[in-house]
Design a binder for this molecule. Structure first.
Ligand SMILES: Cc1ncc(COP(=O)(O)O)c(C=O)c1O
Length: 409
């Protein structure tokens, strides 16, 4: 029997805040509510101490120094600060930027705005649909795109739709060799795969609390210290907090929650990643068994990189459903929370730009469903989700309804 309470499988969009994270945050609302910038009283001291402890913990878990962490409101802001900040500050050296067609909108949009201000942007292609490594970026493409006036490359670590994990360490080596800075949007990777920022060799790295069972409204940008110095123009100015790189009163409960969320993810990663892979495989096999027209988008599950790490996030499944429209199917399955296309770009309806970047025809891209399995999902939920998708597709099929929604109105 299908479950009657709603099932949440949209963990790439956001995650439920873990009750253990909420517990860690609570004292910093009404009890230790001081401003971490207040000097000379115990309220400020307590807040500052909490920020210092949390920063130290995040630094240790991601292999950076505490001074390399800038807190932001989330990955959108981190991506903007990195891309606009570095481009604006280094424009005398060059005005060429390199990124990838399948990046998140919070990377693509700032790039498009810079392009309106006479910056040149090269968007790289990824391995196409049909390849077992669909969505993967060959580091050679980065090497070929670099020019003497390139100041920044921005490549994500894990993709929010198809879960592909990019070879960032190799890309970083290419960039370093040519003296070009590398920014990495690691929003979907931090907490889900091991991320050792020092070993990756990136210059800037974005991440976010609400993707890792932490609170919304908090994130970070890691900015490598040392030589050559990473210079960037602040995008939010004011009280000069965080060395003037990002002004604004620190979000103390958010920072405490972000650190706790990351600690839990890293502690549980060795058991959680294989558990999610098993759930994801069960989901895919169950769906394919009953709906043979289903096709996988993104890289094959069992592919590994040179370091023997999977090249797909274990909790990610993205499929196309033949001639059934993904949006119509979503509306048919009120009790199953999944997504068709990227929820973060819900304001730009139409087929997902990531699937189009893979070379999928528009029709096929519109028939996609994305599952993001996470910490609170169970085997029973997977089995119920399979039934819900199968029943809803058959209902739509009986209506003779391919379910195309008209977005033009
Ligand atoms: C890859 C990626 N980058 C950036 C973001 C934006 O993150 P935030 O919601 O923290 O601004 C998201 C959110 O979906 C994402 O998946």
């Amino acid at each position: 029997m299908p479950s009657t309470s709603p099932i949440y499988m949209d963990n790439h969009a956001t995650t439920r805040t873990d009750p253990r994270v909420v517990e860690a945050m609570l004292p910093f609302f009404a009890e230790h509510f001081g401003n971490a910038g207040s000097i000379g009283h115990s309220f400020g001291d307590r807040a500052r101490e909490a920020v210092a402890d949390s920063t130290a913990s995040i630094a240790r878990l991601l292999s950076v120094e505490p001074a390399e962490i800038i807190f932001t409101s989330g990955a959108t802001e981190s991506n903007n600060l990195a891309i606009r900040g570095v481009s604006e500050r280094n424009q005398r050296r060059g005005r060429h930027l390199v990124s990838v067609r399948s990046e998140h909108r919070s990377v693509l949009d700032p790039l498009e705005r810079l392009a309106l201000r006479d910056f040149a942007v090269t968007y790289l292609e990824v391995e196409q649909y049909g390849s077992p490594r669909a969505g993967w970026l060959d580091p050679e493409r980065v090497a070929d795109a670099l020019r003497d006036d390139t100041v920044l490359v921005s490549v994500m670590l894990a993709n929010n739709e198809i879960g592909v994990i990019q070879p960032i360490a190799e890309i970083a080596a290419v960039c370093r060799h040519r003296g070009v800075l590398l920014h990495c949007d690691a929003t979907q990777a931090v907490g889900k795969i091991p991320v050792d920022v020092r070993a990756l060799g990136v210059d800037l790295l974005s991440f976010s609390g609400h993707k890792i069972y932490g609170p919304k409204g908090i994130g970070g940008l890691l900015i490598r210290a040392g030589s050559p110095v990473v210079r960037l123009t602040p995008q939010i100015t004011g009280g000069g907090q965080q060395g003037g790189i990002r002004s604004g009163t620190l979000n103390v409960p958010g920072i405490v929650g972000l650190a706790r969320a990351l600690e839990l993810c890293i502690e549980e990663l060795p058991t959680e990643a294989p558990r999610l892979a098993e759930l994801r495989n069960r989901l895919f096999e169950g769906l394919c068994h009953q709906l043979p027209e289903i096709e996988l988008c993104g890289p094959a599950f069992d592919l590994r990189d040179q370091g023997n790490q999977p090249i797909r996030l274990s909790g990610n499944l993205d499929i196309t459903l033949g001639n059934v429209d993904g949006e119509a199917l979503l509306l048919e399955m009120k009790q199953l929370a999944v997504s068709s296309g990227a929820t973060c770009s819900a304001n730009t309806p139409g087929p997902s730009h990531v699937l189009l970047a893979l070379g999928l025809p528009e029709d096929q891209a519109r028939s996609s469903l994305r599952f993001g399995l996470g910490r609170f999902n169970t085997v029973q939920e997977v089995d119920s989700a399979i039934e819900m998708v199968v029943e809803a597709s058959s209902r739509l099929g009986k209506l003779g309804y391919s379910g195309r929604l008209d977005f033009s109105q």
